[in-house]
Design a protein around this ligand. Sequence first.
Ligand SMILES: Cc1cc2nc3c(=O)[nH]c(=O)nc-3n(C[C@H](O)[C@H](O)[C@H](O)COP(=O)(O)OP(=O)(O)OC[C@H]3O[C@@H](n4cnc5c(N)ncnc54)[C@H](O)[C@@H]3O)c2cc1C
Length: 380
Amino acid sequence: MNFELNEDQLQVKHSIREFAESEIRPHTLEWDETQHFPDELRPKLAELGLMGIIFPEQYGGSGMGYVEYATIIEELGRVDGSVGLSVAAHNSLCSNHIYMFGNEEQKQKYLNPLTQGETWGAWGLTESQAGSDASGTRTNAIRSNGGWKVNGSKNFITHAITGNTLVAVAVTDKEKGNKGISAFIFDKSMEGFRSDKKENKLGMRASETASVVFEDCYVPGENLLGNEGEGFLQAMQILDGGRISIAALSVGIAQGAYEAAVKYAKERQQFGKPISEFQAIQFKLADMATQIECARLLTLQAAALKDAGKSVTQKSAMAKLYASEVAVRVSEESIQIHGGYGYTKDYPAEKYWRDSKLLTIGEGTSEIQRLVIAKNLLRG
Ligand SMILES: Cc1cc2nc3c(=O)[nH]c(=O)nc-3n(C[C@H](O)[C@H](O)[C@H](O)COP(=O)(O)OP(=O)(O)OC[C@H]3O[C@@H](n4cnc5c(N)ncnc54)[C@H](O)[C@@H]3O)c2cc1C
């Protein structure tokens, strides 16, 4: 077993850290306050290969593995959770769905522009009545003129407004339950497909989250992903990989919050010495660092197994569950170490905490991760 990143992976880590510090850090508070989605970063992200991290070069991707991918998402999250979330959703949800289940024509038409950063990709599973229980999908697709007529809506969709390409699931046969759900590629040029309300969020405020609506939207037959009835299973497989991104993002946010706490603890003087000299503060920092290290190891383990072509359902759920809860705990402790100043926007601690809360909810809540883990433990 090797617990260290190799030279190439370290190079990737350093270059993303440099980029995040210079191009993202100076704007994080302003983007958060104004809920500005920084689409202007897209060409720079594309130049660094971050719009197609995990895809082969033949589809315009960077050809990297999940270990590199997790490292990149961690580094982005360390500085700004929203940018990390956007890059993660673009790569591992929308683009990966087309890569894993699309045919050659669909990949050429839709995946290449995504990996080249011509647009953001969006992915639509969640609906008002279908959150943790995706089998509650109501959006329906009825056969029409060699294609499908789609009606319904999706909630909480990352890049719903700015993104041009959306992969979403719809019911194609009500009688068949989960096996009657299919996945389609939509693009904004399709009539009857539009974005709707943008959410005003607690955290991750620079990541765009909005709903989409389908009103008699005609989707050509060639935009069906895989076979009819496979959409639900495809979505579950996509989430197995997606959870590695949320775990990595959690590690990054926890790391950023921890570093802010260490810096402050060394600077802040009370009772005639830096607060870092008090054992109570040292114990907090020790616990934070230890939990982050555990979360990182679980995340990289899941990433390495994914790269090795192994099933990651169990390990990615464990990594996501643990790392997301660590991110919330560590960022809360970071506020505590900052005292009253941590409660203000003069320091980054409160933002890390607000951003962290999404991680125990998105791509399957902590409760759902525990169900997935327990189901795997008790199988057989
Ligand atoms: C910022 C943001 C971005 C998002 N981006 C996307 C996106 O790009 N695409 C997309 O499709 N979705 C997206 N989502 C949706 C997200 O994945 C869902 O919010 C999440 O899956 C939970 O669904 P829900 O909100 O409907 O909660 P619910 O499913 O209603 O859950 C409510 C509570 O009940 C608990 N619960 C539910 N079922 C069970 C059970 N069986 N056992 C125990 N507890 C249970 C949950 O854990 C939770 O605590 C995003 C959400 C947010 C906030």
